[in-house]
Design a protein. Structure first.
Length: 285
């Protein structure tokens, strides 16, 4: 009965913000780091589990083009230049920041936990090493308590990079981001901007459920997910008891993690991570 109720109610649309930009912001996007590059040529930062934000100099937007509407005091003193960053609370607090960002008129008290962690200046035409310095100076001049430049550092080699990755993951972080010292800001997927994590992740659409067995009888056993390429597979790991009782709605997008692909292209050891409530537009070509 519970599973039937879930199936009948889960198709309700997830609340979306009504205001959208004329076009989604054009931002720089990473590819996966696979090794074989001179690490010393890159700036490195922690990959934060927040919500990507784009400040156009006057308004704050999500990568999808949806408006983000924090209290007026949150953006007071922000510079009138484009800023690229992550709205972030702390490691492991993605659900909290996601809920806050997509809730119109959210309690202003919740925003006191949030910082806009900046990692780039889209309108600055200089190389990344120069943009890092400009960003730090800009944040310092703004005196805005809600703005922070995400720490950028250099490492000598792959061994030091792997050691830092292990340290970040042990502390509850997701991974690292590498940006080449001489890279210009170019919207779209860039070979100079790399993400380095101990696992891969991707998004898929929930198209069905399988019934749970044993201790999960009457609940969801697995999500049946379809990728943008049409591949369909099950995700049974990573779901909490509450998520099995009230799973992601049919039609919703979810993020899952996995460790490589099988011979037929199916994600290996796929594990549910979270509902993706603010899907970005297709990558620009």
């Amino acid at each position: 009965m519970l599973l039937r109720t879930v199936l009948l109610t889960c198709c309700l649309a997830w609340p979306l913000r009504p205001a959208v930009a004329a076009a989604p912001p054009r931002v720089m996007l990473p590819i996966v780091y696979r090794g074989g590059l001179p690490v010393r040529d890159y700036w490195i930062s922690e990959k934060l589990d927040g919500v990507r934000g784009h400040w156009d100099g006057h308004h704050l937007w999500a990568r999808s083009g949806a408006a983000i509407d924090p209290p007026a005091w949150f953006t007071a003193g922000w510079p009138a230049v484009p800023l690229d960053g992550e709205l972030w609370i702390a490691r492991g607090r993605f659900d909290a920041i996601s809920t806050l960002v997509r809730t119109p008129g959210a309690d202003a008290a919740g925003w006191h936990q949030v910082h806009f962690m900046l990692f780039d200046l889209p309108a600055d035409g200089g190389p990344f090493g120069q943009r890092v310095l400009h960003l730090r100076a800009l944040v310092a001049r703004s005196h805005a308590a809600t703005l922070r430049a995400i720490p950028q550092f250099r490492l000598p080699d792959r061994g030091a990079l792997d050691a830092r990755l292990r340290s970040v993951v042990r502390a509850g972080g997701e991974g690292l981001v590498l940006q080449h010292d001489r890279a210009r800001y170019v919207p779209g997927r860039s070979a100079t901007l790399l993400k380095y994590k101990p696992y891969d992740d991707a998004e898929g659409r929930v198209v069905a459920y399988t019934a749970g067995q044993g201790k999960y009888a009457g609940q969801v056993g697995a999500l049946v997910v379809r990728t943008p390429g049409g591949l369909q597979f099950r995700i049974g790991s990573g779901l909490s008891d509450a998520e099995r009782a009230h799973p992601p709605p049919i039609g919703s997008q979810v993020t899952y993690r996995y460790n490589g692909l099988t011979a037929n292209g199916t994600p290996r050891f796929a594990r549910f991570m979270r509902i993706r409530t603010d899907m970005p537009p297709p990558d620009p070509h």
